[in-house]
Design a protein around this ligand. Structure first.
Ligand code: NDP
Length: 492
């Protein structure tokens, strides 16, 4: 930012002192500030999730006057309805399974009510920590529902903020099931509010959330049936890894129905009947068998069929902000919408809807607008994980993507290893893990790495660096392994 726009350090420090002593400002519909009073800001960020918080803190560090507006709890989906509660519940279920396997004479499962208490305590800790860090950075945090009334004006309650730049970081919300009775199915947002669990559940969908929730709930003793529209789980992941995961879930008692198109949900004596039509038999020996209508009854149903960007109620369309075919805000490479002063990042735009992607986009944008031109993260090689059990970690191309890119199957080599980790041998579960490397057959360059094991997300995060640097299979084979680990299987 220019000298004229930057505030002197002394002013910023006194602003910090002032804000760190103040609670978050709540802006009532009828504001307590003088009617029509205008606040001046360099940067108004709407949405205090991963992208919004990262952008706000970085812009404030560059000296910009930043206002961050959130209508709900700070931290967005990741902290309140996604990564944090999901991963903590998954730890609880997994640890209980390992312990009860090892100490089978004492048995016992993790208790859901107790787990939710611990999850809520962590969320509360994060709310305080986030608020404190934002205040320390000098960000003004307002609580309320924002609308954008002009390219440089944001309305929150009775307050109008004049902003040089506006960032939309409002995230996405779960899609509702578009069939009669679809409203009977809950979403992953609801799961984190449950004080007790249903005895049985039908999980609809086969993506990240469906798989994670089915895995977690089955670990807490819920009888789970999955209705998957495709012929496999995790359609966008490597097919062999997805098939191995389906086997692992089935071995744990999760019933999987593939090619299953849900048509109707009905309330039935305190339970829910989910009707589905099943097309061609699936390849995994599950009950396919023609285009027949089936019904599965359970105490609850959960729809995890994707998430849609939420920005319609902000008034942006009237200003000329355009919508993409997928429903996100249309932005250019610099995350700028068709209205020059309005930007958008994270789940509100198209692309990978992952917490670290939103944060990286937000920080890069704040650097670009208010500081030096920052280094852009590599959004082409993004590691990702599914926190089911066993967990899936993945980076780079799947075998199918690599063959499609190369044009011929012979140009791609796949190295697959299946093994039982020491952890699983000790627990006596016999659960197999799997590693798959997708390699350019001619150059030996590793194009993709995919793993199924509880250690996979941690390993894949580090391996992503090697992939970006063009690591070859020969590099992995000539690196001395660290034994005994799960990671060494990548180097064998
Ligand atoms: P996904 O896009 O991962 O999966 C959606 C699934 O629902 C697909 O199997 C899709 O099938 C199916 N589906 C779509 N419409 C219907 C329908 N009408 N009836 C039945 N099935 C349907 O979405 P999620 O909701 O699981 O997750 C949303 C996003 O959240 C993810 O894409 C990811 O970006 C993010 N996320 C990331 C996590 C992580 O990093 N660990 C964890 C959780 C979420 P089809 O393929 O046929 O369309």
């Amino acid at each position: 930012m220019t000298k004229r726009q930057a505030r002197p350090a002394s002013e910023r420090q006194s602003a910090r002192r002032a804000t760190s002593e103040q609670p978050v400002e709540r802006v009532p519909r009828r504001g307590r500030r003088r009617g029509g009073a205008q606040r001046e800001a360099d940067f108004v960020v709407i949405g205090a999730g991963s992208g919004g918080v990262a952008a706000a803190r970085r812009a404030a560090a560059h000296g910009a006057r930043v206002v961050l507006i959130e209508r709900d709890a700070i931290g967005g989906t990741c902290v309140n309805r996604g990564c944090v509660p999901k991963k903590m519940l998954s730890y609880g279920g997994t640890l209980a399974a390992i312990l009860s396997g090892c100490l089978s004479h004492t048995g016992g499962r993790e208790d859901w009510g107790d787990a939710i208490v611990r999850v809520n305590a962590e969320m509360a800790r994060l709310h305080v920590a986030y608020t404190h860090r934002l205040q320390e950075a000098g960000v003004t945090l307002l609580h309320g529902e924002a609308t954008v009334t002009a390219p440089d004006l944001v309305q929150v309650g009775a307050e109008t903020i004049h902003a040089r730049r506006i960032l939309i970081a409002t995230g996405a919300r779960p899609q509702t099931l578009p069939v009669p009775g679809g409203e009977l199915a809950g979403t992953s947002d609801d799961v984190f509010t449950w004080q007790s669990l249903p005895a049985s559940i039908v999980v609809i969908g086969g993506g990240y959330i469906a798989v994670e929730q089915a895995s977690i709930l089955s670990r807490y003793g819920v009888k789970v049936e999955m209705l998957v529209r495709e012929s496999r789980l995790l359609e966008r992941f490597d097919h062999e890894i997805a098939a191995a995961l389906a086997e692992a879930l089935a071995a744990r008692g999760v019933r999987l129905h593939f090619n299953a198109e849900v048509t109707l949900l009905n309330q039935a004596n305190g339970a829910i009947d989910v009707c589905y039509r099943q097309g061609a038999p699936d390849g995994d020996g599950n009950d396919g068998g023609g285009d027949r209508v089936h019904t599965v009854r359970a105490q609850a149903a959960l729809a995890a069929i994707g998430r849609e960007p939420q920005w319609e109620n902000l008034g942006l369309a009237a200003l000329g902000v355009e919508k993409s075919a997928q429903g996100g805000i249309r932005v250019d490479r610099s995350f700028r919408s068709r209205v020059r002063s309005i930007h958008a990042v994270g789940d509100a735009i198209d692309g990978l809807h992952l917490t670290p992607v939103a944060s990286a986009q937000g920080r890069w944008l704040a650097d670009r607008l208010f500081g030096r031109r920052g280094e852009r993260a590599d959004f082409d090689v993004v590691p990702t994980a599914v926190f089911c059990e066993p967990a899936i970690g993945s980076v780079g191309l799947t075998e199918h993507e690599a063959i499609a890119a190369a044009g011929k199957a012979e140009r791609v080599e796949s190295v697959v290893r299946r093994f039982v980790s020491l952890e699983n041998r000790f627990a006596g579960s016999g659960q197999a893990s799997m590693v798959k490397l997708v390699v350019n057959a001619r150059s030996g360059r590793v194009l993709g790495a995919h793993m199924m094991d509880n250690a996979a997300p941690e390993i894949i995060q580090t391996l992503a660096v090697a992939l970006r640097l063009g690591v070859k299979l020969s590099h992995l084979r000539t690196t001395v392994q660290l034994h005994p680990t799960v990671a060494e299987e990548l180097f064998a």
